[in-house]
Design a binder for this molecule. Sequence first.
Ligand SMILES: *Cc1c(COP(=O)(O)O)cnc(C)c1O
Length: 416
Amino acid sequence: MIARPALDLEAIRADFPILNRTVNGHPLVYFDNAATTQKPQAVIDALSNYYQSTNANIHRGLHTLAEEATAAYEGVRHKVGALINAPDPRSVIFTRNTTESLNLLAYSWTQRLRPGDEILLTMMEHHSNLVPWQLLAQRSGARLVFLDVNEAGELDLAQAKERIGPRTKVVAVVQMSNVLGTINPIADLAQLAHRAGAVCIVDGAQSVPHLPVDVQTLDVDFLAFSSHKMLGPTGVGVLYGRRELLEEMGPFLSGGEMISAVTPETATWAALPHKFEAGTPNIADVIAFGAALDYLQTLGLEALRAHAVELTAYAMVRMHELEGLTIYGPSAPERRGSVVSFNYWDIHAHDISTIVDQRGVALRAGHHCAQPLMRTLGVPATARVSFYLYNTPGEVDLFIDALQEAAAIFGHRDGA
Ligand SMILES: *Cc1c(COP(=O)(O)O)cnc(C)c1O
């Protein structure tokens, strides 16, 4: 047996003030973490402390507050770089969210693609890693090629070998599906991409919050993720990029902060990372994101992952006890993230969500910004529970009780 560092759930829960509230007369059971996570007091404090004691614009001012704010903001860039093992913190660009990071890439690839070039995606992409490439294909004449999702909810590497070829210029893949929980073989896909001369872009919105992700081990060219899905504030995203590629790329947004010199007619660009951070950035939220990273690092991503696997396994066992319940995605909890999408009898996912909300359980229902995947699954929508470090087996039990109530309301025996 390998000794696992266990999480002290009671102590962790005490750090999240929102977990004290009730919803419809019941304690909140927050199972919508794949949409956004709750914030520990340390993050809330970092945000208000910044405004109470340090607020200033960064990079320009020479006064004390400006220097302190700049140091704090740039310090978070180093923390993000360390988290993903970026070889150089200048490769870490702050954006608004994963969506903006991917749009930045798709926009800057416009000049690099020709008619006949191919962009390889998968059928499990979030719309954020699909629509920007659709628009790029329309602008450039490039073609979209997709990897299928098989019965097990996984990609097929043999098919990837067939479909990644000399025409492929971009391979853009989600590392952990927000619907199926599938963890994709990114290192293998990156290798196939590089052999074909393509870049490998990873949507890490679900993976970075839950797994140790090392851009050098995976050998990926770009990685996008969002602060708000890993205990940090909304309004902060990250784009990591291989330094040589970022150097070659033109700017996305332009204006202040991103220039080196400006004449009435032309401008030259600031060095990395500032070339991609036009205008006043989201200073306060980036600094508070740093507090979220500290919080996660103190617990350790390995311990988080172990908790996620255990809780997901428990939830899947309890859900499988219910007659009429279908779970989508890989069956082995170690092969998936802590999201479990399901349908229950013929009850519409929205109805499930509304009924369990009466018991204080927050879950997601709908297409989860992955309409092509819903088509593959042959359903219009799913309900989805998704867990994070503060969730407990006891909460899973409350959720199961609430589901059985939904079954009873719709005239099904609960089958448990
Ligand atoms: C949430 C999510 C996104 C989009 O993140 P935003 O923060 O809304 O930009 C993209 N991909 C996946 C897999 C996600 O889960």
